[in-house]
Design a protein around this ligand. Structure first.
Ligand SMILES: Cc1ncc(COP(=O)(O)O)c(C=O)c1O
Length: 392
C-alpha cells in the first residue's frame, strides 16, 4: 500500500512512548492552565515575562486593529508593509542597537530563510550539536557542508574550523550558528568566545536568541549583551516575538546589506504574507514593556533562585542553567511521561520532552518559570517533584 510508513511509524512512536499530540487548553496564557475541567499550575510556558495575556497588550492589539486593520493583505514587498511594521523595525533597531532588521512570520521560517539564502556549495556551516530543529533541518536541505560541534565546546569548534581550512576551497564561506539560550537545556552559549573564533577563521557568527531576548542582558537586550557584547558585533542576530515578548513572529537583524539582500533574494521573506499589522503594533508595545520593565526580569530571576535553592536543598539534581528553562533530566522516555502524569495529578503541568527533540536517553521534564508565578508556586512544584521522584 502507498505511504505505508505513516501507520508504521505512528505505531512505533506509540510503542516507544514517543507519540505526540496536542492538548486543548482553554483560556489565556497565565499562571494557571485549564484542560477540560481541571486547572493546573502552568510550568510549561515560554511566556517568561508574563506578557502573553497582559491587559495593556490586549488593549494594544485592539487599538492596533482599529488603527491598521487585522490582515496585512500581502507580502512585505507588495502592499503588506504597513507603518506598524516600520515602527516595529525602528523600535527593534534602537532597543537592540542593530543596523537593520527583517520581519518573519516565525522563527522557524527565519532560520530556514537565512541558511538557504547564505549557504551553498562549497560553503561550511558549523552548528552547536544542540541547536534547534529549525536550524538543523535547514542545513539538511542546503547544499552546504555541515559540521556539528560539541555543545558549547569552543575548542571542538576550533578544531573543526582548523580542519575545514585545510579541506575547503578558498572561496568557501563559513557560518557558525549557536542558540543564545538553549531551548531544552536552558544554558547559555559562550557568545564572546564564539565571536573570537569566528573572527580568527574569517567566519560569520549567527545567534538564535529565541530564549534570550527580553530576559537576558541590560534592558532585555539578549544573550550577546549579557555576555558583554553589542548585538551589532554579531553578523546575524535572530530572535522571536513568541516567547518572552508574548506575541508571535520573529526577526533577523544584521547589516543594511544583509537585510537588503534578504529583501531581494530570500524566498521565505518575499513570498509570504506580512505579519498582521495589529500584531506588529502589539509587538512594538511588548518591546517597550520588555525594555523598560526591569521588575519583570528581577522577579523572574528571584523565581529561578528559589527553584534552584529549593531543589538543591532537597537533593534534586539540576542542569547547569541559570535561566527560566530548568530541565530535570530523567533519561527514559516512558518514565519521564509517567513522572509528568503524576505531577499533573498533583496539579502541576510540566512537559515531558523526549527524543527526537532531545538526544536518546536524555528525556526530561522541561520546567519553565514565568513572571506569572508566585514564589510559593515554585516551592510547591519542587516539593511535588521531590515526592514523585522519590515515590513518597
Ligand atoms: C531556539 C529556537 N529557535 C527557533 C524557534 C522557532 O521559533 P518560532 O516558534 O517563532 O517558529 C524556536 C521555537 O521553539 C526555538 O526554541
Amino acid at each position: 500500500m502507498a505511504f505505508n510508513f505513516i501507520n508504521e511509524q505512528l505505531t512505533a512512536r506509540h510503542q516507544q512512548g514517543l507519540y505526540r499530540s496536542s492538548t486543548v487548553m482553554s483560556g489565556a496564557q497565565g499562571r494557571l492552565l485549564k484542560v477540560a475541567d481541571k486547572t493546573y499550575l502552568n510550568f510549561s510556558s515560554n511566556d517568561y515575562l508574563g506578557l502573553a495575556a497582559d491587559p495593556d497588550l490586549i488593549k494594544a492589539w485592539q487599538k492596533g486593529a482599529e488603527l491598521y486593520g487585522i490582515g496585512s493583505g500581502g507580502s512585505y514587498l507588495v502592499t503588506g508593509f504597513n507603518q506598524a511594521h516600520q515602527t516595529l523595525c525602528d523600535q527593534l533597531k534602537s532597543w537592540l542597537r542593530v543596523e537593520a532588521v527583517a520581519l518573519f512570520s516565525s522563527g522557524y521560517s527565519a532560520n530556514q530563510a537565512i541558511i538557504k539564502l547564505l549557504l551553498k556549495k562549497p560553503d561550511l556551516l558549523f552548528q552547536d550539536k544542540l541547536n534547534h530543529a529549525s536550524l538543523m533541518e535547514a542545513a539538511a536541505l542546503s547544499d552546504c557542508k555541515m559540521r556539528r560541534f560539541k555543545h558549547n565546546d569552543v575548542e571542538h569548534l576550533e578544531s573543526l574550523l582548523t580542519k575545514s581550512n585545510r579541506e575547503c576551497t578558498i572561496d568557501a564561506n563559513k557560518l557558525i550558528i549557536s542558540e543564545g539560550v538553549f531551548s531544552m537545556d536552558g544554558d547559555s552559549a559562550p557568545v564572546n568566545d564564539l565571536l573570537t573564533k569566528a573572527k580568527q577563521h574569517d567566519a560569520w557568527l549567527m545567534i538564535d536568541d529565541a530564549h534570550g531576548i527580553g530576559v537576558l542582558g541590560e534592558n532585555g537586550k539578549g544573550s550577546a549583551v549579557a555576555g558583554g557584547l553589542d548585538n551589532n558585533k554579531l553578523q546575524i542576530y535572530m530572535a522571536t516575538f513568541g516567547k518572552a515578548l508574548g506575541v508571535g513572529g520573529a526577526f533577523v537583524a544584521g547589516s543594511k546589506e544583509l537585510i537588503n539582500y534578504i529583501n531581494n533574494f530570500s524566498k521565505p521573506y518575499i513570498y509570504s504574507t506580512g505579519l498582521p499589522p495589529a500584531m506588529a503594533y502589539t509587538i512594538t508595545q511588548a518591546v517597550k514593556m520588555a525594555e523598560t520593565q526591569d521588575w519583570r526580569r528581577h522577579k523572574l530571576n528571584s523565581l529561578i533562585r528559589t527553584f534552584r535553592n529549593t531543589a538543591t536543598n532537597l537533593g534534586i539534581s539540576l542542569a547547569d542553567s541559570q535561566t527560566a528553562i530548568q530541565p530535570i533530566i530523567i533519561g527514559d522516555s516512558v518514565k519521564t511521561l509517567q513522572i509528568a502524569d503524576k505531577l499533573k495529578t498533583l496539579g502541576f503541568w510540566t512537559t515531558a520532552i523526549r527524543p527526537p527533540t532531545v538526544a536518546s536517553g536524555t528525556a526530561r521534564l522541561r520546567i519553565t518559570l514565568t513572571v506569572n508565578h508566585q514564589e510559593q508556586d515554585v516551592v510547591n512544584l519542587v516539593n511535588a517533584i521531590y515526592r514523585v521522584l522519590n515515590d513518597k
